[in-house]
Design a protein around this ligand. Sequence first.
Ligand SMILES: [Zn+2]
Ligand SMILES: [Zn+2]
Length: 305
Amino acid sequence: MQCDACRREAVIYQPYSGKHLCPAHFLRDFEAKAKHTIRSNGWLHPGDHIAVALSGNAAGAALLVFLKDLTANRRDIRLSAITIDTGISSCPDLMQAQKTAAACGVEWFPCSFAERYGTTMDALVQRDGPQAARCACRVLRDDLLGEIARAHGVTRCAFATTVDDSAGKFFSDLLSGTVERTLFPPGMMGKTRIPGIRPFMDIPEPEVILYAGLRSGETISCNTLPPGPCAGSVSVDADVRAALDTYARRHPATKFALANLAGTLAGIAAARGPPLSCPACGEPAVGGECEACHIRRTVERGTES
Ligand SMILES: [Zn+2]
Ligand SMILES: [Zn+2]
């Protein structure tokens, strides 16, 4: 199939736009979308120090490469990467994250659950089961990321969240009746309240993977690691994700619609103000202690700082 913008061979078909694109036109389209997201959200300011949450998978590498290019001529903006080793035996190779950061020429700050909390995801899964461990992982990882970020003067943490991640999370929240997390999403990193940015949030996951693949010959080696069990859409149960994927294959606009609806609902909820806030951390909570603080309290040493 030929590219709709030139005569070269297409590498991707975008069902939502009806376009076939060659590598050059795909890269242009991809980067224009991510830049638009950053601009329209006001996510880049003079003096910023942006740290990419780099887990070692393809999406994180794609985000680091993209931001490296975007800030190449901006002496007023500093870029670095933070990697949290959550302690999952099935994806131990954090060397990949270190290599990616080195290839991009940015500082790399690693830390681990074992070092900070004296526990690992493997141990939490064994103790509390996979679902509770995933919730705990998200809270503990954001707290730790925020701590590392604050220690290095980071002003924003960047995440490689995709449309698939947002849609999967919302769909899962709907099915489990935990929509309060959609209505009042914590926009800040853990207790340090450093803002998070998501430049790929309007881009489907397969395009982020393709971007990483196309750019890998240039700057990064992308022997893609499986994402950790609490990274992005993987925090959603496998069967929920499979159901959504099956439906979305026949209805390509579905994930965009879900992701947009989640954003719209959060906007409406924010405008009305949260019903109550957590007495311990101040984040919106439906009543009393928020879920994050409950997790912090139950994980030994998790509330020390
Ligand atoms: Zn083309
Ligand atoms: Zn709280």
